[in-house]
Design a protein around this ligand. Structure first.
Ligand code: FE2
Length: 479
């Protein structure tokens, strides 16, 4: 049964903007659809919810729309008792609500300049709308929607997708949360950092399993930086100071020019879980940029970190190439799998490329986050036309390609109910099909990755191409 819960007519002109057309085009309806048709069979031991965040604007932008600007919308498919239910809802952020009430866009976008006449917003200079459109984590019984430029965590019910306000940890949240917070499944703790253009340039925080902010510290950096992700191990956190950041000479003029400084090293801060800037051990490595970490763990005196290293960190030249080129300069998400080893005793760093293929959007069995892991599930970039399962221990990989005209989403690992091995479970992804303008969810058997999906769940509407995804096991939702 398909129920249209709400429709918000889209009031924007796609013109030639590639992020408003085709498989990127926003949708106008919030839908609940139960008992979805399936090609194949939903495994009985697949219980939980697959959620994916992404931009879905409704209003004509003040300037040029950038893909990162759109209001967050979560699309989710719940798998329960062998049946699948689809829902999609806009995140009711303060910015979304204010603009819907106003009937027009209030804040400028990433391609524009700050406008002092509009309400104070969020992000680097407090001039953007916090859309919460980037990532999702599950902590203390709720999903949290997070924003790429550091925003307020919006809490939502993972079953209904209802937004339940801002999670400020009983008023203890000191600042903001970056897109990629980490949940240690063994302790239930939430670990996160944020960054800013004014001092302190970075803070680091730990929240207990019950939602109490138990640790907050300032991390000293030489200037404003743009780190996107962090890593955790059982006892340590790894924060990043990478040589790709806004030109600090231009920032005072509110010009945000992403610039690569190859003369600077990549710096990695390894600190104890409850450590502060004084207990950081800094490690220097070759200059690079990293969007996303696969996993990290301790091995003897070493911290191992596997991550996707951007192939060419220098932004494309924007001069004279127009706004679209400038927009795409932010989007160089072409990366390869690398391993870093940080020796806590000697201070030595070893860097090693693990694969030639260009892959990103890594996922893994999150029950092992911060502990030794062997498998990663990445997407081919930039086309997002297939997934790769890495066996990092063996140095092998298997792939599943979606087929012509089909684009996937970040594909989290969903452990079986009675999981034993690290890869004992499924990998789930939305696939949007340009041939039919429809979407489906693929359920791949992680142990038989190259095979046809065990289930293809047919969705009542296209799911636009988006950002990060999350698997919440059913044991946390309806035990
Ligand atoms: Fe990200």
């Amino acid at each position: 049964m398909v129920t249209i819960e709400r429709e918000i007519p889209l009031r924007l002109t796609p013109d030639s903007n590639p992020f408003l057309t085709g498989l990127f085009a926003p949708v106008s309806r919030e839908i609940t659809a139960e008992d979805l048709p399936v090609i194949g069979e939903i495994p009985k031991d697949l219980e939980g919810v697959y959620l994916r965040n992404g931009p879905n604007p409704t209003l004509e932008p003040r300037g040029r729309y950038h893909w990162f600007d759109g209001d967050g919308m979560v699309h989710a498919v719940a798998f329960h008792n062998g049946k699948a239910t689809y829902r999609n809802r806009w995140l009711r952020t303060a910015g979304f609500t204010a603009e819907q009430e106003a009937g027009h866009a209030l804040w400028p976008g990433l391609m524009d300049r700050p406008d002092p006449s509009v309400p104070t917003g969020s992000g680097s200079d407090g001039w953007l709308k916090d859309t919460a459109n980037t990532d999702l984590v599950f902590h203390n019984g709720s999903a949290l929607a997070l924003w790429y430029q550091c925003g307020l965590p919006y809490k939502l019910d993972a079953r209904t997708l209802e937004t339940c306000g801002v999670e400020n940890f009983s008023g203890a949240l000191k600042r903001t949360v970056s897109a990629h917070a980490k949940v240690d499944e063994q302790t239930g703790e939430l670990l996160f950092f944020d960054y800013a253009t004014k001092p302190p340039f970075m803070t680091y925080n730990v929240v207990s399993a019950k939602g109490e902010l138990v640790h907050h510290s300032v991390i000293d950096l030489p200037g404003p930086r743009l780190p996107h992700d962090m890593a955790i191990t059982e006892h340590y956190s790894i924060l990043m100071d990478l040589p790709l950041f806004w030109d600090p000479q231009l920032l005072p003029k509110h010009i945000h020019k992403v610039t690569y400084y190859p003369e600077l090293p990549s710096r990695f801060a390894v600190l104890p879980r409850y450590g502060s800037t004084d207990s950081v051990k800094w490690f220097e490595a070759t200059p690079c940029f990293i969007y996303h970490v696969v996993n990290s763990w301790e091995e003897g005196d070493e911290i191992i970190m596997d991550a996707c290293r951007v192939v060419e960190a220098r932004p494309r030249s924007a001069a004279g190439e127009g706004e679209l080129a400038r927009m795409q300069a932010f989007l160089r998400l072409e990366a390869q799998l690398w391993r870093w080893r940080f020796n806590l005793e000697t201070g030595a760093v070893k860097e090693e490329q693990l694969d030639e293929a260009k892959t990103e959007w890594p996922t893994m069995n999150r029950q092992r986050l911060g502990r030794k892991s062997r498998y990663a599930y990445n997407a081919y970039v930039p086309k997002f036309n297939g997934l790769v399962k890495y066996d990092i221990e063996k140095g092998t990989s298997e792939e599943y390609l979606f087929g012509p005209g089909r684009i996937g989403s970040e594909a989290p690992f969903a452990p079986r109910l009675t999981t034993k091995d690290e890869d004992d479970g499924y990998v789930v992804t939305f696939v949007a099909d340009a041939n039919t303008n429809t979407s489906e969810v693929l359920v791949l058997d992680a142990k038989n990755f190259a095979a046809e999906p065990v289930a293809r769940v047919q969705l009542p509407q296209r799911v636009p191409v988006g950002f990060h995804a999350l698997w919440v096991p059913g044991t946390k939702l309806w035990a």
